[in-house]
Ligand binder design. Structure first.
Ligand code: URP
Ligand code: ZN
Ligand code: ZN
Ligand code: ZN
Length: 496
């Protein structure tokens, strides 16, 4: 049965754009071509003067997360509904529970919650906090049987999630053995502890203390360390939420040296900055607290966008991790107790279109690459996801490149009562969003079904990440053939 025909739009993939109609049947793309006949009974979507693009893939979300003592405002229902409203048709959520709970159990808990509530497709990244036999076994089962090909480690959040370097190296090696992707939250947790003590000694208790205690160098150092470890192990590495110029520079340098490093900036870091931490309004300032912090430098977002446009940074997420003001208020007298996290799941596509394409930094094909296709390639689900092609999942956004949207917590679909992009107007708006072959957003009407999202397995050994690694592993170091040394050797037990 034919369900939908998207008529007269410009199909934009990561590699080319062309005028074509798209026929959708049973959740998949059935046909693509010019002037296709409209089959009987099909709903026609007029896409004249519009772009027809793969729905967004948000590589970094925290829905239904208990963090710093409180649960995020957005759960799998409100979060994925908001994602769809913004043109994102798949999310990748972090499995991040109390570290005493075995990883496999954490996975089952999250999968059950997501399957009951998500309105769009979802995949998971697991998190690893230390290394032992149990973790090793769970990583094997998660990657070989459960559809998880990525494991995040925290170099920050000391005494909570932070992993030490020795264990981090072991997890990198295990990931490589499994063909999985090690992901890193790159901030130096020991230096943050020192910074927090220092800032508090100065009597600073407000949200500006969050930024002041986690300077850019602390992010850059950890980013450089993680990339160096990856380089020496001939392992890929994925740096989540790249927030500063110098961390982004470390990613660029790593790429220049040949390390397989994937850098992920987020919507927040691409369109707003850390000057908000100095706002006189506590609520406003605390609303921007996330880690690593937004940087106190108005040129950082544009710099990160330049690197996203030129390929040094690869793809985008949001780190959507929302807390209402009364939750942020847990840290009203101590910035280090403000639950970390900001919004973005609904805003990302529009923000990146405006700051990336509308400014002329990237073309629509690159937009598709950094909002969807590259994520699908990195996590090995391309071309099922991230592509408008026959046989691909019908996750599609019909995009009006010239329409504008002014963002506000009053009108957004995210459950949180604050929006870091409040009052900002962006070009590029989804007119129609199709998820699994169904229209879920049309002219501001959202018709989602709780629990309709499917778990998407991410298979190991993505070529996009691993083919270079495999070749390099076969390039062996060779010894120098020389005559043996036959002269005297100092006697260590008989030295003057
Ligand atoms: O502030 C943040 N980023 N909250 C979520 C946890 C994380 O580090 O990704
Ligand atoms: Zn993180
Ligand atoms: Zn305010
Ligand atoms: Zn995060």
């Amino acid at each position: 049965m034919v369900n939908l025909v998207i008529k007269g739009g410009t199909v934009v993939n990561h590699d080319r754009s062309f005028l074509a109609d798209v026929i959708i049947e049973d959740g998949l793309i059935k046909d693509i071509g010019e002037n296709l006949a409209v089959p009987n009974g099909a709903k026609v979507i007029d896409a004249k003067d519009k772009l027809v693009m793969p729905g967004g893939i948000d590589t970094h979300t925290h829905l239904d997360l208990l963090f710093m003592g409180t649960r995020t405002a957005d759960d799998f229902y409100s979060g994925t509904r908001a994602a769809l409203a913004g043109g994102t048709t798949m999310i990748m959520n972090f499995i991040l529970e109390n570290k005493q709970i075995p990883l496999l159990e954490q996975y089952e808990m999250n999968k059950t919650r997501a399957e009951k509530n998500a309105c769009c497709d979802f995949a998971f990244h697991a998190c690893v906090y230390n290394y032992n036999e149990q973790v090793e076994k769970d990583m094997e089962i998660l990657s070989r049987e459960k559809g998880i090909n990525s494991f995040k480690m925290f170099m920050a959040y000391k005494d909570v999630f932070m992993i030490n370097d020795a264990d981090l190296i072991k997890v990198f090696k295990k990931c490589k053995e499994l063909g999985a992707i090690p992901m890193v939250h790159a901030e130096n947790g020991d230096l943050i502890e020192e910074g927090q003590k220092k800032v508090k000694t100065l009597g600073i208790t407000g949200p500006e203390g969050h930024l002041l205690s986690r300077p850019e160098s602390v992010e850059a150092e950890a980013t450089h360390r993680a990339i160096t470890i990856a380089h020496e192990l001939n392992s890929p590495v994925y740096i989540v939420h790249v927030m500063s110029k110098s961390a982004a520079q470390a990613v660029s340098d790593g790429k220049r040296k040949g390390t397989v490093v994937i850098g992920e900036p987020i919507a927040a870091g691409l369109a707003t900055d850390g000057t908000h931490y100095f706002n006189k309004c506590w609520r406003h300032s605390a609303g921007h607290v996330m880690s690593p912090p937004l940087r106190d430098d108005a040129s950082t977002p544009g710099y990160l966008m330049d690197l996203l446009a030129n390929g040094d940074l690869e793809l985008t997420g949001t780190d959507h991790c929302t807390f209402n003001t009364n939750q942020k208020a847990l840290g009203k007298d101590d910035f280090s107790k403000i639950p970390n996290g900001v919004n973005g799941i609904e805003d990302r596509m529009t923000v990146i279109w405006d700051r990336g394409v509308h400014t002329g930094k990237m073309d629509p094909c690159r937009f598709v690459a950094v909002t969807s296709t590259n994520a699908a390639k990195v996590f090995n689900i391309y071309p099922k996801k991230g592509y408008i092609g026959v046989g691909s999942d019908a996750d599609i956004v019909v995009w009006d490149p010239e329409a504008t949207r002014t963002i506000s917590a009053k009108s957004h679909h995210q459950a949180v009562d604050f929006n870091i992009f409040e009052g900002m107007t962006f070009h590029g708006v989804p007119m129609v969003v199709i998820s699994n072959g169904k229209v879920v957003v049309e002219n501001d009407n959202i018709t989602v079904e709780r629990g309709s999202g499917r778990f998407i397995r991410t298979p190991c050994y993505p070529d996009y990440v691993y083919s270079r690694v495999k070749i390099r592993d076969n390039i062996k170091l060779s010894k120098v053939d020389r005559e043996p040394y036959t002269g005297p050797v100092v006697d260590l037990n008989n030295q003057p």
